[in-house]
Design a protein around this ligand. Structure first.
Ligand code: B16
Ligand code: MG
Length: 217
């Protein structure tokens, strides 16, 4: 039976992708190039250091390791300025109602995010106590699409991977769920999240019953 639900943060609970984009863009601009919103798509679910590498390659820039650290720190500072203004109003549509039904059904919950700022964001939106387990970027060594973040969540919840459903907006995140042998619900575009077992536009378009029916599919 399905016993636990594992949620990605950025793109599922809140839309911080826009803040990541603004901060990375600001950094790229200081280096003399620009990044588009379409380019930003491939950074979803990818760690800070990996994202930096992809952006530098895109701009054709070679910098020292020391400079990379400075750039990543600067980007994070700009990103945190935006995060500091977040409130519970930033919770994506349908999330709170969905969580109520999940709690009523006594299913276990975990957060599975590669962000090192995940706890801070949950605190800002008032959801820090809504997860039984929080696995974030400070607790993993391999980012998505490696399944580590979700396997660790399942282990700490004391459930088997086959008893878990992952909710993800990123291709890399769906891939991580599948490599971990878990069911995956995609939040976004079915043409993009092709490996998901089910894709919906947002949690507002999904009932818990539909999720539980994925069992054995
Ligand atoms: P940070 P998720 C990911 O969050 C974001 O999608 C990705 O764009 C970001 O680079 C990554 O977190 C690292 O975030 O710089 O805050 O450590 O989708 O896994 O919740
Ligand atoms: Mg995400």
């Amino acid at each position: 039976p399905i016993k636990a639900l594992l949620f990605d943060l950025d793109g599922v609970i809140v839309d911080t992708a826009i803040y990541h984009y603004q901060a990375w863009r600001r950094m790229a601009n200081t280096l003399g190039f620009d990044i588009s919103e379409a380019f930003n798509e491939q950074l979803k679910g990818i760690s800070r250091t990996e994202s930096l590498e992809i952006i530098l390659a895109h701009g054709g820039k070679t910098v020292s390791d020391e400079q990379k650290q400075e750039l990543a720190a600067q980007k994070n500072e700009w990103y945190l300025e935006l995060v500091s203004q977040m409130t519970p109003a930033n919770i994506l549509p349908g999330v709170e109602a969905f969580f109520m039904t999940v709690k009523t059904a006594r299913l276990k919950t975990a957060l599975g995010s590669v962000s090192k700022n995940a706890r801070l964001i949950l605190e800002r939106i008032g959801m820090l106590n809504d997860f039984d387990v929080i696995i974030d970027g400070t607790r993993i060594t391999k980012g998505k699409p490696d399944p580590e973040v979700f396997l660790k969540g399942a282990a700490e919840l004391n459930v088997q991977p086959a008893e878990c459903v992952v909710f993800e907006d990123a291709v890399a995140g769906i891939e991580a769920a599948k490599r971990g042998a878990m069911l995956a619900v995609g939040i976004g575009d079915p043409a993009v999240l092709t490996r998901a077992d089910l894709v919906v536009a947002s949690l507002a378009d999904l009932s818990l019953d539909e999720v539980l029916r994925l069992e054995g599919s």
